[in-house]
Ligand binder design. Structure first.
Ligand SMILES: Cc1ncc(COP(=O)(O)O)c(C=O)c1O
Length: 336
């Protein structure tokens, strides 16, 4: 038996996850309270009076790049998960848009830690964002628009609700297709790209689902509105890559590393909706959504709950992010 098959046998019940001492889900905040302080162009400030000019290029044309970073409580105090990788991706996204961020990687890392500490956040979510500010009305902001950056913070518990982590979510396949990597640099997290996700998420909402999956124009699966897609069939884990026009998620990367450690065989390839519908299990990964099982896609049901692979990865992931796995201590940036 592989370690994961052993684990699936030994663990008492997925439904006990919130009571488990390792996963303090029940102590998570239920709202998304905004924090009092923000890191703004290099300084910690009161957040409330800060505002963005109405002629900021980003507001008109979506020319901002951003990240989402989670803070988790650990025995050594709050810690940011994979902070360096998130800041590196932010700078990579900026570069693709010709945006020269006037702060170094280290300054942004220090800013993220400082704003978390100042706001005394434990379970939280940071939003670093760099954008083209005010300038002339044109589509060449890199010529004249100043680049501004902030790191905002808020409390965040379970993004899609505790029920989502425990019981899984219902998703629908959107009628909107994911834009192709030849149309926009899909690996970048740029604000303008998210109009596509908003349309799909609104469609899911109107249809009574929790989230939407987007297909590529070829008809293969790309991603959910803000999460990567994994599926399990016959004990084998599958996900796609950049050729499917995805944001290659940092959570996705973490799950792939955990799969290696758990000796779960993995195949990375593009896959069709039909293949996905034949899966035993489906789960989504993202910084905000963590590892969220999918229990239904448009009426087709999937295995969730105790002894599922999704639960195994969710538990392994939550152990890592809360500092329970010494081998992965390097992924945590402690705030204090
Ligand atoms: C479209 C999209 N795909 C995937 C992800 C998952 O990325 P990560 O795990 O780095 O949060 C995100 C979230 O950032 C996203 O917006």
């Amino acid at each position: 038996m592989t370690p994961v098959e052993n684990a699936l046998d030994e663990w008492p019940s997925f439904s006990m996850v919130p009571e488990d001492d390792i996963l303090p889900l029940s102590k998570r905040p239920s709202g998304q309270t905004l924090s009092r302080h923000i890191w703004w162009d290099g300084e910690l400030r009161e957040a409330e009076p800060m505002s963005v000019h109405y002629y900021s290029n980003a507001l008109h044309y979506g020319t901002a790049v951003f990240e989402g970073i989670r803070c988790y409580p650990t025995e050594k105090g709050p810690a940011l998960f994979r902070l360096k990788e998130h800041i590196q991706r932010l700078l990579h996204s900026a570069r693709l848009y010709g945006m020269v961020v006037p702060f170094s990687e280290q300054q942004l890392i220090d800013g993220a830690i400082a704003v978390t500490r100042e706001n005394q956040i434990e379970n939280g979510y940071l939003r670093p964002l760099a954008f083209f500010g005010p300038g002339p009305i044109d589509l060449k902001p890199k010529r004249e628009c100043p680049v501004r950056a902030f790191i905002a913070a808020r409390e965040l518990g379970s993004f899609l609700g505790e029920g989502a982590l425990r019981n899984g979510i219902r998703v629908t396949v959107s009628s909107w297709r994911k834009f192709h990597h030849t149309m926009l640099p899909t690996m970048a997290k740029a604000s303008g790209h998210y109009a596509n996700s908003v349309l799909a998420a609104h469609e899911a909402l109107d249809r009574g689902y929790d989230d939407a999956l987007l297909l590529n124009h070829e008809g293969t699966v790309s991603s959910a509105t803000g999460e990567n897609v994994f599926f399990v069939r016959h004990g084998h884990l599958y996900t796609n890559d950049e050729s499917s026009s995805i944001v290659p998620g940092i959570t996705r990367d973490t799950v792939l590393k955990l799969a290696e450690e758990l000796q779960v065989p993995v195949t990375i390839k593009s896959f069709t909706r039909e293949e996905l519908l034949r899966a035993d299990e489906v789960f989504l990964t993202g910084t905000a959504a963590e590892v969220t099982p999918v229990r239904e896609i448009d009426g087709a049901e999937f295995r969730t709950g105790k002894k599922s692979f999704g639960a195994t990865f969710q538990r392994a992931y939550l152990r890592v992010v809360t500092g329970k796995v010494p081998e992965h201590a390097a992924w945590l940036s402690y705030v204090n």
